[in-house]
Design a binder for this molecule. Structure first.
Ligand SMILES: *Cc1c(COP(=O)(O)O)cnc(C)c1O
Length: 228
């Protein structure tokens, strides 16, 4: 069997075990294959093994691979930092954006989303550990950003995305994900909305994320192997 197909099966087994432990349905959690720096052939191998959602971080690299795989019915997610002068191809060519952390970017994505396409699915990236150097909206500014994004006609606000500080300690991993879930609960209550997406959990911490309610886990290394 192809190595990528094999690894996908191993990740699938982890997802099943983690969802069972959390008393959740397996199908309440989507697997996003994070394919940054991987060649199109690796995405093709994952696609052939049944994977349909792919996440990319670097715009030009993503567009090159999209072009090569144009015949495939892939759901494309942009998950990397966004320069505000490069929003148009994201608005035109992606189905989801997980890394929106400021209003200017959201406004441009909405204005540039083609009328022929459904509204762009958006997660707000939250700087959950409040690290000075990290991207993501500060928790204290999340509500105002969410309100402004909700008013943009060509975006569909779906939820939050977080990248906690890496940790090997399951308790510490879980604490950051708890915070994300609580922030989303608060938003839903105070704004009377129903955000349904928590994009959290990667190769090293997907079990903790699923225990805290992740609905999309973003896995790179454990599907495609280590990146250079
Ligand atoms: C690279 C990346 C991932 C995947 O990380 P792995 O540890 O390789 O699973 C997930 N989310 C984002 C935003 C990333 O940049």
């Amino acid at each position: 069997m192809h190595k990528i197909a094999d690894k996908l099966m191993q990740v699938e087994a982890r997802l099943q075990q983690a969802s069972q432990l959390a008393h959740r349905q397996r199908d309440s959690i989507a697997l996003l294959a994070v394919s940054k720096t991987q060649p199109a052939a690796s995405l093709q191998a994952a696609f052939d093994a049944g994977q349909r959602d792919f996440g990319e971080n670097y715009l030009q690299e993503a567009l090159d691979k999209k072009h090569l795989l144009a015949a495939m019915p892939i759901c494309w997610h942009f998950i990397g930092p966004i320069q505000s002068n490069k929003t148009r191809p994201i608005a035109e060519q992606f189905d989801w954006v997980h890394s929106v952390d400021r209003l200017k970017v959201a406004q441009r994505l909405s204005a540039q989303r083609p009328e022929a396409l459904s509204p762009l699915n958006i997660c707000l990236q939250v700087n959950i550990d409040d690290e000075a150097s990290k991207s993501g909206v500060a928790p204290a500014e999340l509500k105002a950003l969410a309100q402004a994004v909700l008013a943009l006609p060509r975006l569909k606000l779906r939820g939050l995305m977080v990248i906690p500080k890496p940790s090997d300690d399951p308790a510490q991993q879980r604490a950051a994900f708890t915070k994300a879930r609580q922030l989303q609960d608060q938003l839903n209550q105070t704004l009377n909305i129903e955000l349904d997406t928590l994009s959290m959990g990667m190769s090293g911490d997907l079990e903790a994320a699923i225990a805290e309610g992740a609905t999309i886990v973003r896995v790179g290394t454990d599907i495609f192997g280590a990146r250079n």
